[in-house]
Design a protein. Sequence first.
Length: 269
Amino acid sequence: MLSDIAAVNETFGIYFLLMQLTDMAAVQAAFANEKLFPPPAAPGAVYWLRSRVARFSHGPEHAHRRALAVAEIARVDPSHAARLAVSRIAAGDSVRQAIIKAFSLVPDKCVDLIIDVAPSYFDPSRPTQSLEPLLDLLGRDEATAARIGVLVQACEATAALVDNDLVPPARTTKRVAPDGTLITLDLSELPFGAPPRECPGKDLALTIASAIVEARRDAAPNTPAAGDAATPAAGDAAISGKSSPSFAMMPRFPRNRDDQGSGHAGGTL
Ligand code: HEM
């Protein structure tokens, strides 16, 4: 019943009671409070996805779906992914494209479809045509939902971390109380959330984002405008912190259209 009310509220954006929590202890307590849950998926552009991932679930369903997401993340080796992301950017990919490719969880032809789905995942009033073709390529089971969910969560938030020089941008998240009150939680002091819903991608995100930022810094001073040394070996050197003549010759790391953020800097994660 509460789910129904909350879904209707979410669909029409109607909440009669609103509350904001900014104090860290209160935010932590709200994360831990099993009676408060994320606004459930409502009809919208990516209902199929939002209604199947941990992020918008609660109770035993949340635990089960979170385990699927954690299993997907465990398939990724952080240092390998960081190296891959750096070399993909050096080869001309956007940060979001590079992050998704670095996970090696989906074929390359899915990458742009996932990037297109991401804004709708966080705000289902934003339309997308990309989910159906993505599901045609990947299938429609729960594990696929977990995989897409992980990649969407990863590319948006990690790209924002890169854009903000490793300082997590100010964000909020939402919870609904049993009486229908919509509660906004300020994540300034808990950028990766708190148990039992803390971000399972934190370490991976920090490893990848640090490598990209470090490589950008290495490539920035006196960088020639063009070069052709976009090799994985150069990316290796950048991550290990060694200076590399071939890396210095790489093109300046591009900030492509989709590196500008999805307009969700203050939105949900
Ligand atoms: C490798 C990159 C990342 C992956 C794979 C990832 C994955 C996920 C997943 C699957 C969830 C849902 C967990 C659940 O509901 O139990 C989640 C939640 C969350 N993530 Fe991440 N994430 C990544 C990067 C980030 C970054 C860079 C930030 C912030 C700087 C972040 C902040 C959060 C927060 C605050 C939540 C909790 C949201 C809530 O429950 O309201 N994540 N993440």
